[in-house]
Ligand binder design. Structure first.
Ligand code: ZN
Ligand code: ZN
Length: 820
């Protein structure tokens, strides 16, 4: 066996292996191999934001650990990678990057720049993913902005349309006045803000007044009714009467409705179209008129009279001032309120009634719940988050967006009668703005001119069909599709359960009447030093190069794996990274030391007969660890994997075994060749095992050591192509562990005693007597006395049944010794 060099440049080695793996193509899915079971991973195509910080690392590392483990388990692993390119944020960032405005240049030119922007940032992210050592199959790389992907998104829409899942309608939707587009419920974040609650006099037509409490006086011009609770004795009598709104001076009816909370504010509320979702419900319930006063870019419109043109914030101040002047403002008080913010830009959202395309997602809620219960979740409680989200939705999914960089909606309208013309299934990829429909005249009125749909799809329409797309849909037969679909694993973060996990579910259920994935793995968020989710906008993030350049990928991966239980948020802490780095050095040094002692070792296929207790002990511990690591990997408990591997390597192998086996390895003239071979066999076997079970987490260092020390003999092209060690729990020799633990504890205590007495570890002890009550322990220690004396340099050793003095061995109250 070759000897490992004393020093290694970990970072250079990582780069070397990344290149080699790609050259060898060892992570490619084997399309032709039908004998191996497949394991398909639905990797969420990330948004090419250009950011790759330690917060992103978690998700990638989790998936990659599973991919590597499954490969070693003998699966034909399908691990594609794509990029989710469309979206508002890309438009916005393209404008910033090139100093342009979407409205200022031709659309085609703007789209060209968006694509350029995406390509640039995909490259940046891809480099980072590679540097992290992820084992994706890059031969299957795709971008959702490419026509081939458009085709799939559009086709899925056409099929859903025909199945009755799609409709166009004029409905209130969440609207971002800053992005100037409709957005889905999933793209609205609710945050608690301190605002003002205004108490405003509304005059009753017949004289007198009621005091209405509202946080949004700027919506008074949109007030269509005033409501009270039917059980509220103070106001019950007013129901059905007319009241005049201030400012707009409109008479509206007072209604009674249980949704009014008599405890909140004055107990009298105004209903506007639309202040919030509750307003939407009330307006629909009582068939109230719709009076919208907000423009699509967030200003007051014509209906607001003299306030036209003001922003909502300006209108709030102006109207409050006017009410003050008119003596109608009774008081204002601070109040905590929930405000919906746009997920992409953070602006407060409004509710506007507009014509949009929708997918009937709510009718799937029951099926979502039923299906979620048939899926395996890591961790299990994430299932509830999906179900709760699905149940909480009161609107269908709005899938059209008023943007330009997106997959076009394959629809035209008859210019005469407005008839909707849907593209044929074989038309996509198609841009209705560039091409005409397949029909020459309107099927309803025979008119021959059509107007294209100008809206594009929500970007989630692209990315919510990946489970089927990865499996080859729509280019493959049903049987071929079923080879990889449903995906064996989908991985997401807690922040995208309501989008990715949910949309995948509804889309695949609607399209295929099938769950999208069999298992769902959810990672938590990485927290910055301020305890908040790491993000560029908060400035609390650590970019990956900062960590990669100093500590490399294997360290970062260990940090991610070991940071906390799966699904929980984990803080980024440099000491954790440094600890991981030290473990790599420890592993390297242990292997280097072993490689010196193994250089004349002829690997044996079988264990030598009658292994000494210590060797049996270590090999048993090794098997134990293997079982626990395997079980933890099956359950995606990566922190348990890390803990088991570190404990075994650091404590059992390095601190205990190597120390206690050194004398046999060094002095075969004293202890005999057989003893030496046994120790070599044990060391060789245990080291290779550590490399194997550590390989999914730290793919580079394990490959480096494997190639130098073991490849020549074991002949796997890469450690990642070796088979996961098969160990059966029931075959584990628990007795060897028990006995070995005692022996190791005695050796450790003697060495500690030397340290406590400040005697050098290699100082010779003339005579040591061990007192032990139990006959069983006596037998174990007597039989293995040579290991004790060899390790602790004892000239004469005796094991006696009685004695109540001496140093107590930790964990064994009836084992003591004297003589150090
Ligand atoms: Zn926005
Ligand atoms: Zn027509």
């Amino acid at each position: 066996m070759r000897t490992l060099p004393k020093k290694i440049d970990f970072l250079a080695a990582e780069e070397k292996w990344q290149q080699k793996w790609e050259e060898w193509g060892i992570y490619h899915f084997d399309w032709k191999n039908c004998s191996k079971s497949t394991f398909s991973i639905d990797t969420p195509p990330p948004y090419p934001s250009g950011e790759f910080h330690m917060g992103n690392v978690l998700n990638w590392v989790y998936i990659d650990i599973v991919a590597r483990y499954k490969r070693m388990r003998g699966f034909n692993v399908h691990f594609p990678q794509g990029w989710d390119c469309h979206g508002l944020q890309i438009e916005r960032r393209t404008e910033n990057e090139y100093g342009i405005e979407k409205s200022g240049i031709p659309t085609a030119e703007f789209i060209r720049l968006c694509k350029r922007f995406v390509d640039k940032y995909v490259d940046i992210m891809k480099t980072a993913v590679r540097q992290l050592g992820c084992s994706n199959d890059w031969t299957m790389e795709y971008k959702t902005m490419n026509p081939d992907y458009w085709r799939r998104t559009q086709l899925s829409f056409i099929i859903l349309y025909k199945k009755g899942y799609i409709y166009q309608g004029t409905h209130p939707v969440n609207w971002c006045p800053n992005c100037e587009t409709a957005i889905a419920d999933a793209e609205v974040n609710y945050e608690s803000h301190q605002g003002d609650l205004f108490y405003i006099k509304f005059l009753l037509e017949e004289g007198g007044h009621l005091i209405v409490a509202t946080t949004r006086p700027e919506l008074i011009p949109a007030c269509v009714t005033v409501a009270i609770n039917p059980k509220d004795n103070r106001f019950r009598k007013y129901a059905g009467r007319n009241i005049v709104t201030p400012i707009s001076r409109r008479a509206v009816k007072i209604i009674k409705d249980n949704m009014v909370d008599p405890e909140f504010g004055s107990g009298v509320v105004m209903i506007c179209t639309f202040g919030d979702k509750a307003d939407v419900k009330t307006v629909a319930k009582y068939k109230l008129p719709v009076t919208e006063v907000i423009t699509k870019d967030g200003k007051m419109n014509r209906r607001a009279g003299k306030y036209e043109g003001l922003t909502l914030a300006e209108a709030k101040t102006a109207i409050a001032d006017d009410l003050e002047k008119q003596g109608l403002m009774v008081k204002r008080e601070p109040v905590q309120q929930e405000i919906g913010l746009c997920d992409r830009c953070g602006a407060p959202i409004e509710i506007l009634e507009t014509k949009q395309w929708f997918m009937r997602t709510r009718k799937l809620t029951e099926q979502v719940e039923k299906t979620a219960n048939t899926i395996k979740w890591h961790p299990d409680y994430m299932k509830t988050r999906l179900i709760d989200w699905a149940k909480s939705l009161d609107w269908d999914w709005v899938i059209s967006r008023q943007r330009v960089f997106g997959t076009p909606i394959p629809i035209w309208y008859c210019q005469e009668c407005g008839e909707i013309i849907l593209a044929d299934e074989d038309s996509p990829p198609i841009d209705p703005k560039q091409e005409n429909p397949n029909v020459s005249k309107c099927p309803r009125c025979n008119h021959t001119k059509f107007t294209p749909e100008r809206d594009v799809f929500d970007t989630w329409m692209d990315s919510s069909i990946t489970c089927a797309v990865h499996a080859g849909w729509p280019n493959v037969s049903e049987t071929e599709l079923r080879r990889l679909f449903p995906a064996d694993l989908h991985a997401s973060g807690t922040d995208i359960i309501r989008t990715w996990v949910y949309y995948l579910m509804v889309r695949h259920l609607a399209l295929f009447n099938e769950k999208p994935y069999k298992t769902c793995l959810i990672n938590g968020m990485v927290l910055g030093n301020d305890g908040r989710k790491m993000s560029k906008s908060l400035g609390n993030y650590i970019a990956t190069p900062e960590v990669f350049k100093k500590y490399g990928a294997d360290t970062s991966r260990q940090w991610a794996a070991g940071g906390g239980t799966t699904g929980s948020d984990i803080p980024f802490r440099w000491p954790d990274v440094e600890y991981a780095w030290r473990f790599l050095i420890k592993l390297w040094n242990a292997c280097r030391f072993a490689s010196l002692l193994l250089n004349d070792y002829e690997p044996a296929k079988k264990a030598p007969a009658d292994l000494p207790l210590l060797d049996k002990w270590l090999l048993t511990k090794m098997d134990h660890t293997t079982v626990k690591v395997g079980e933890a990997l099956e359950r995606c408990q990566f922190n348990v994997v890390m803990e088991e591997i570190r404990n075994f390597t650091w404590r059992d192998l390095c601190d205990n075994y190597i120390e206690a086996a050194k004398h046999r390895l060094y002095k075969n003239e004293v202890y005999g060749e057989e003893q030496r071979r046994a120790a070599q066999y044990t060391l060789y076997t245990a080291l290779f095992r550590v490399l194997q079970i550590f390989a999914p987490i730290a793919p580079h260092i394990t490959e480096e050591i494997y190639q130098k020390m073991f490849a020549e003999d074991l002949k796997h092209k890469s450690i990642h192509l070796s088979s996961w060690p098969e160990v059966k729990r029931q075959e584990i020799d628990e007795e060897a562990v028990e006995k070995g633990d005692l022996l190791v504890a005695v050796i450790r205590e003697i060495r500690r005693e030397k340290a406590r007495k400040r005697i050098p570890l290699n100082a010779v002890i003339k005579e040591l007597i061990i007192y032990v009550e139990s006959e069983e322990y006596n037998r174990v220690l007597s039989r293995n006395a040579k290991d004790i004396s060899g390790t602790c340099r004892i000239q004469k050793i005796a094991v006696m049944p009685q004695g109540d003095n001496g140093v107590e061995v930790e964990g064994y109250p009836d084992v003591r010794f004297v003589g150090v």
